[in-house]
Ligand binder design. Structure first.
Ligand code: PLA
Length: 459
């Protein structure tokens, strides 16, 4: 359509709109030369009927989007009036009473921040709170990490784990020569979306073997062995989501050798440091063996689970580089990714984390509370396993106690899950994952009854 035609169509549609606007009931005349209704003295005329009201929305074609496979479970749960409902969907820690938990040490840190009048609400730098960044790198790589001592790490505060993955993904899409990222099959449902939107091309490597409910180590080695040299490999640092299956230290070492020998680039997602074993150091071992060999890598850290700071959205992206001058340039480019995305990160959550990490006493308090959370999850595993055994539920349920971290990948199929939701008001993701952290001694029997019924009546 040429410009004259476009103008013609516009004029015509203005005219049509004008003609079909209903006249205000009390206006004396509706001549087009009169002042617009807003100028009328009659208060009823103050809200003019919108000309657009006569037309359908310019967004009328927008289709209803599906709920998120994980967060949508909470939406459905919230709508259920049943008093026995249990939400085992999202990985969010609950107390024995089924309540969300704010750690004592977090309350204490917040109190310290509130009582400090020198605290202001200025913008943080694009890279976030400097103390927080240093302490986060120390937490994941270890205080004695050579990479930190040699200033080879570029760390930026990001919006929790997801934001760290996204910023890392966009940095790689802009500055790394290989744009393919291999993610485990299965993995956290948001990974493929985050990396695709970041501009990377996503492929999978075999990870889980449903037959053994364990690691498909052979498949993993074959698939990474066949990946093009330089490809990015996403690894869960510990407590693999959703399977709860992690490589052994010996397997990690073989994975490391393969990745380094092929020049693949590891990108660790560390969303559960401390939640797998209860030890922050043990859960960072996978990452640390890669840092120790002097090679490069990325790490996305989240404080959502291990400090219970879910809604504060606090996390960090660290890129370990070969040399300090590369790290400086990498940081300068990370800033160019972040600035147009959200300008700079929020101050409160990062201040809580920095307050806790920089003081030995609060740090120790945190590790004790963290261990207590990890232990309660492990105890839930045992209670659920025992409850199924007591009911004689068909099948081998030993994976419940073998798996690690927040989740049990039960092996229940989507029909069985739908049945448990409908008949027992138990909410979980359709892949059969349950958040052990959402269970309590009180709800274990109900869950065991539901699993028993599902397994014995639904195929
Ligand atoms: N990476 C993994 C492996 C995760 O499981 C999660 C969260 C994140 C990153 C992102 O966490 P963050 O942005 O909140 O720091 N997975 C949760 C929640 C706990 C979710 O899906 O958002 C889950 O239920 O799987």
């Amino acid at each position: 359509m040429d410009a004259a035609n476009v103008r013609g169509v516009r004029r015509l549609s203005t005219l049509v709109r004008h003609l079909i606007v209903p006249s205000p009931p009390s206006s004396s005349s509706s001549s087009s030369t009169e002042a617009p209704p807003m100028a009328s003295q009659n208060p009823n005329d103050l809200v003019a009927p919108s000309p657009a009201a006569a037309f359908s929305s310019v967004f009328a074609h927008v289709a209803q989007g599906p709920e998120d496979p994980i967060l949508g479970v909470t939406v459905a749960y919230n709508k259920d009036p049943s008093p026995v409902k249990v939400n085992l969907g999202v990985g969010a820690y609950r107390t024995e009473e089924g309540k969300p938990l704010v750690l004592n040490v977090v309350r204490k840190a917040e109190q310290m921040l509130v009582n400090d009048p020198s605290r202001v609400k200025e913008y943080l730098p694009i890279t976030g709170l400097a103390d927080f960044n240093k302490l986060s790198a120390k937490l994941i790589f270890g205080a004695d990490s050579p990479a930190i001592q040699e200033n080879r790490v570029a760390t930026v505060q990001c919006l929790s784990g997801t934001g760290s993955l996204r910023v890392g993904g966009e940095f790689l899409a802009r500055h790394y020569h290989e744009r393919t990222i291999y993610i485990p099959l299965p993995t956290w449902g948001n990974h493929p979306k985050v990396f695709t939107l970041a501009g990377l091309s996503v492929k999978t490597y075999r990870y889980y073997d449903p037959a053994t409910r364990g690691l498909n180590f052979q498949g993993l080695i074959e698939d990474l062995g066949a990946a093009p040299s330089g490809a990015i490999v996403l690894l869960h640092a510990c407590a693999h989501n959703p399977t709860g299956v992690d490589p052994t230290p010996e397997q990690w070492e073989q994975i490391r050798q393969l990745i380094r020998s092929k020049g693949l680039l590891p990108f660790f997602d560390s969303a559960y440091q401390g939640f797998a074993s209860g030890s922050l150091d043990a859960d960072a071992q996978s990452v640390r063996i890669f840092v120790a060999d002097g090679g490069e890598l990325l790490t996305a850290q989240s404080y959502a689970k291990n400090m219970g700071l879910y809604g504060e959205r606090v996390g960090a992206l660290s890129i370990v580089c070969r040399s300090a001058d590369v790290a400086v340039r990498v940081e300068s480019q990370l800033k160019l990714v972040i600035r147009p995305m959200y300008s700079n990160p929020p101050i409160h959550g990062a201040s809580i984390v920095a307050t806790i990490l920089k003081d030995r006493e609060t740090y120790n308090e945190w590790t004790i509370e963290l261990k207590a959370m990890a232990d309660r999850i492990i105890s839930m595993r045992h209670q659920l396993f025992d409850a199924l055994k007591a009911r004689g539920t068909p099948g081998d349920w030993s994976h419940i106690i073998k798996q690690i971290g927040m989740f049990t990948f039960t092996g229940l199929n989507s029909q069985q899950v739908a049945f448990m939701t409908k008949d027992f008001h138990i909410y979980m993701t359709s892949d059969g994952r349950i958040s052990m952290a959402g269970l309590s001694s009180k709800t274990v029997p109900h869950l065991a009854d539901a699993i028993h019924a599902a397994v014995t009546t639904v195929n």
